[in-house]
Design a protein around this ligand. Structure first.
Ligand code: FPP
Length: 247
């Protein structure tokens, strides 16, 4: 596809019907590397280029929130060398993107067990979140040491503690109250969830928040995911009728 064709894809997107919140399960870095007889870490490196591209595209078209599943609670069980490489990639990404985030009104946010990340990664994350906290363009929401079940357990514990202290009336526990005790407090639920590399699973991602989310699974491996395919998925999304359980 040449650049005029790709801008025509862009032009076919209705700016009035964009998803506010897009969530992505970025899968397939390992397979991308394996296909090329490379180390898995090379796949993650190429994967961080795709992150840069999709963040840029979301900002250009005016998406409000992009939530990326960058590291799950289960990913701690990968070989130590891979975990270390992922952490160092993340740190380098944040350092190299700080200027772009500031220049382009992007705000960084983290969901997940930030306290479990290595000290140096936590420091860069906190610094970037502080530097970008007044930005009100795209929110780049990184899910790090994130697991949907762990998030739900944390919410139940907090609500139970407050209930025990008499601060919450059990009869007044509503879906809205539950949402306020999740990492995504104050954010709209994702309108669109994209998963790359073909697996038909949710993998413990945003379990509560995706109740009515439109799901798209593509066979493309994350490092190969392009702006063109992303825009095509947005076009498909705009053709879907969202009924939220109604007729
Ligand atoms: C899944 O691929 C991907 C991950 C576990 C990590 C995602 C990380 C990145 C895209 C790069 C760094 C992130 C940022 C935000 C800069 P996989 O390894 O499970 O692939 P496989 O299923 O093919 O083995």
């Amino acid at each position: 596809m040449n650049s005029s064709e790709s801008s025509s894809v862009n032009a076919n997107i209705d700016p009035a019907n964009l998803p506010s919140h897009i969530a992505i399960i970025m899968d397939g870095n390992g397979r991308w590397a394996k296909k090329r007889i490379l180390n898995r870490i090379e796949g993650h490196k190429k994967g961080s280029d795709a992150v840069r591209l999709i963040v840029r595209t979301c900002r250009e078209i005016g998406i409000s929130i992009l939530t990326l599943y960058a590291f799950s609670t289960e990913n701690w069980q990968r070989p130590k060398t891979e975990v270390t490489a992922l952490m160092s990639l993340l740190k380098n990404f944040l350092k190299s993107e700080q200027k772009e985030m500031l220049d382009n009104n992007i705000r960084l946010n983290v969901i997940g067990q930030i306290e479990k990340l290595p000290e140096d990664v936590q420091q860069v994350l906190h610094k970037t979140m502080t530097l970008t906290k007044e930005n009100n363009g795209l929110m780049l929401n990184l899910a790090l040491s994130y697991g949907g079940r762990a998030e739900i357990v944390r919410m139940v514990r907090e609500i139970a503690t407050k209930t025990k202290k008499g601060e919450i009336d059990p009869d007044l526990i509503t879906p809205e109250l539950v949402s306020d005790f999740l990492y995504t407090k104050g954010m709209p639920d994702p309108d669109l969830l994209i998963r790359t590399s073909g697996e038909m699973r949710i993998s413990n991602f945003l379990l509560w928040q995706i109740a009515y989310t439109e799901i798209f699974v593509t066979e493309t491996l994350w490092p190969d995911f392009s702006k063109q395919e992303f825009l095509q998925i947005l076009k498909h999304y705009q053709r879907r009728e969202r009924r939220f359980g109604k007729v």
